[in-house]
Design a protein around this ligand. Sequence first.
Ligand SMILES: NC(=O)c1ccc[n+]([C@@H]2O[C@H](COP(=O)([O-])OP(=O)(O)OC[C@H]3O[C@@H](n4cnc5c(N)ncnc54)[C@H](O)[C@@H]3O)[C@@H](O)[C@H]2O)c1
Length: 287
Amino acid sequence: VLHTHRREQLGDVIAATEETTTGVIRLRAMERDGVLGFPVIAVNEARTKHLFDNRYGTGQSTIDGILRATNILLAGRVFVVAGYGWCGQGLALRARGMGARVVVCEVDPLRALEAVMEGFEVLPMERAAAIGDVFCTATGDRDVIGREHFALMKDGTLLANAGHFNVEIDIAGLRAVASGTTPAREGVEGFVLPGGRRLYLLAEGRLVNLAAAEGHPATVMDMSFSNQALSVEYAVQYPGSLERKVHGVPREIDDEIARLKLESLEIEIDRLTDAQAHYLASWDQGT
Ligand SMILES: NC(=O)c1ccc[n+]([C@@H]2O[C@H](COP(=O)([O-])OP(=O)(O)OC[C@H]3O[C@@H](n4cnc5c(N)ncnc54)[C@H](O)[C@@H]3O)[C@@H](O)[C@H]2O)c1
């Protein structure tokens, strides 16, 4: 809104902070095109954010949303995760932990390779479509599951999304190919395809962990919101020092949040001795 309808207020903004993966991607695109009106601190890029909130928070709450919406048994089901980023990794691991047979779909060779080495089956969506029982997208991308995939899916397939927006599943395409809808459960809409197969869309294709469950527990959001609060404090403490770009969260803030979180969990860790610190930093020892 500030960049479009309230441009006269752009100059009043000291800085902004951005919470999520897709938001940071959009802000970097604005920086690249030279239209970003104020500095932004990319909270998502703090390690104490994406390694925990996205992986463990989204991983758990997405499973929670799918189960609350459907009450299915995950054990023995083929669970397809589209996108093996931080959210997808957490989701895949938890689905496997509940006994599902997990298939991963990716477009990034490195992430696909990680999924392979983690022991997941990796398939293109076209092949996964025919064997999956439950599909969940977590890509930040659009039309990851589309008409060509609906045509291949089994009767009773469940479709859910945990990514940023309700565009990861082509819902307009699903409505277009369906001959009608069938009542299912609260938050679940059944689509009848030609031939009688039924596909079930959870939470209108919106973030299933927020729409059908309660989102992430406070015990992981504490780190994300600490990053938000301390980044705001940082920006206010040093006004004018940040360029109109997307900046990472200062390393000291990230490290301090990890330290505080461990302290709150009453977990102690070892400390480097001076000799160890010197050894680790040296080039003339241990080579
Ligand atoms: N539901 C929530 O509460 C919640 C929480 C955090 C992040 N998010 C959102 O979830 C999405 C994923 O976040 P992340 O941190 O895991 O991002 P990420 O960048 O780490 O991972 C996204 C992955 O999706 C893959 N991908 C992109 N297009 C694809 C396609 N067409 N098919 C298969 N894979 C594809 C990418 O290669 C990447 O590995 C983002 O939109 C983010 O904003 C949601």
